[in-house]
Design a protein around this ligand. Structure first.
Ligand SMILES: CC(C)(COP(=O)(O)OP(=O)(O)OC[C@H]1O[C@@H](n2cnc3c(N)ncnc32)[C@H](O)[C@@H]1OP(=O)(O)O)[C@@H](O)C(=O)NCCC(=O)NCCS
Length: 350
């Protein structure tokens, strides 16, 4: 008996970003607020990071609530009905359930059931990982439209009194709809990881440590003789200098590879939208890429802080709002963070 040849979905020529949406929670935290909790100053934070304010979500606003706000705007701008979505991807490290995913609930709320739905855990590279996935899904014919959301409630996993990372972080969500295009609107993704630096950014301890501690089986970490309820909750820490050096030296190379892979030069770009981690990292990358002055650089970090997976779509949303003329131009985007992981691609702005 001969094996029948399987049918395959027809391949698409290209994909593009059809619409962007944003959700910025109401509570604004200033550098003065931060300095009540840590030994720092408004001047130091502005000079060393470029951050002036960050947004935080109140207790009754969840990662899924913020994701929904951003997703609804992206769908409306894209002119895509939720029922047309072939997949829903949420990039997040702050959805407080290992399972079920934030994406499954979001899909239900949007009225996109039974679209496949899953979360991506790739920290600040999560959005670019989502774009890589969505591009592949649409081009392979596995989905016609894909919703990609970066949503983070980092305020749930910080300790305001620690000084390595908490003062940098904010909450928010950004979303895009990816769909088919006659001409390529998303260049090849350059993405990867370096798990040898797994310890450079991450949580103070694991959920298993909490269980073991509750069962009287051990301390959480060195020096925590008097463990308080608050100390049981895992929060973020980083080795700032290691991450800074890696971002400046290695990520500029990745950004250049994304330009090369797309067959474009720095002077062809209309915008540069890097992960909003530190203004000095942004400036240094722009310098290494030799971006001409004509390239508009996203600097959402000043107002929004570092929102991890949400940072690039939030920055894109603001850039288009402030510069509508950028629409149709090329933007280089690059995300990088805990893992360590990274992802970059050149896109045509919606
Ligand atoms: C965290 C970060 C802002 C710290 O800035 P930095 O210039 O590297 O600071 P350093 O750690 O070298 O410390 C320099 C001095 O500032 C002090 N300092 C550190 N954090 C401070 C803070 N929050 N407020 C005030 N002073 C601070 C240090 O104590 C040190 O003082 P000293 O010289 O008297 O010893 C920076 O390393 C950074 O942005 N790293 C990358 C972060 C990142 O991108 N993370 C997420 C990736 S997704």
């Amino acid at each position: 008996m001969s094996t029948p040849t399987l049918k395959q979905a027809p391949l698409q020529n290209g994909t593009r970003v059809l619409g962007v949406g944003a959700y910025r929670p109401d509570v604004i935290v200033t550098n003065e607020d931060v300095c009540q909790w840590i030994d720092s100053s408004d001047e130091w934070i502005r000079q060393r990071t470029g951050i002036v304010t960050r947004h935080r979500a109140p207790a009754d606003v969840s990662v899924i609530d913020m994701a929904e706000g951003a997703a609804r705007e992206a769908l409306e701008r894209a002119g895509v009905d939720p029922s047309e979505l072939g997949a829903v991807i949420v990039s997040t490290v702050t959805h407080p359930y290992a399972t079920p995913s934030a994406a499954a609930s979001l899909t239900d709320r949007l009225g996109a059931t039974p679209a496949p739905a899953f979360d991506i855990s790739a920290a600040c590279a999560g959005y670019c990982y989502g774009i890589a996935q969505a591009d592949a899904l649409v081009r392979s014919g596995a989905a016609k439209y894909v919703l990609v959301v970066g949503a983070e409630k980092l305020s749930d996993v910080i300790d305001n009194t620690e000084r390595t990372i908490s003062f940098l972080l904010g909450d928010g969500a950004g979303a895009v709809v990816i769909g088919p295009s006659d001409t390529p609107g998303i260049g090849p993704s350059v993405w990867g990881s370096d798990g040898s630096k797994w310890d450079a950014i991450g949580m103070t301890h694991s959920m298993l440590d909490i269980r073991d501690h509750a069962a009287g089986k051990g301390a959480l970490s060195e020096g925590e003789a008097a463990v308080t309820e608050a100390a049981l909750w895992p929060t973020l820490r980083q080795d700032g200098q290691t991450v800074f050096r890696w971002a400046v030296w290695e990520m500029a190379k990745v950004a250049q590879q994304a330009l090369d892979a797309a067959g474009v030069k720095a002077e062809d770009l209309a915008a540069f939208i890097p992960h909003q981690a530190n203004m000095r990292i942004i400036d240094e990358m722009a310098k290494q890429l030799k971006l001409p002055e004509s390239v508009i650089i996203a600097r959402d970090i000043a107002e929004a802080g570092n929102t991890s997976a949400a940072s690039i779509p939030l920055a894109t949303h603001r850039l288009l709002q402030d510069n509508p003329g950028l629409s149709g131009g090329l933007a280089l985007q690059i995300g990088f963070g805990a893992g360590l992981v990274f992802g970059a691609q050149v896109i045509v702005l919606p």
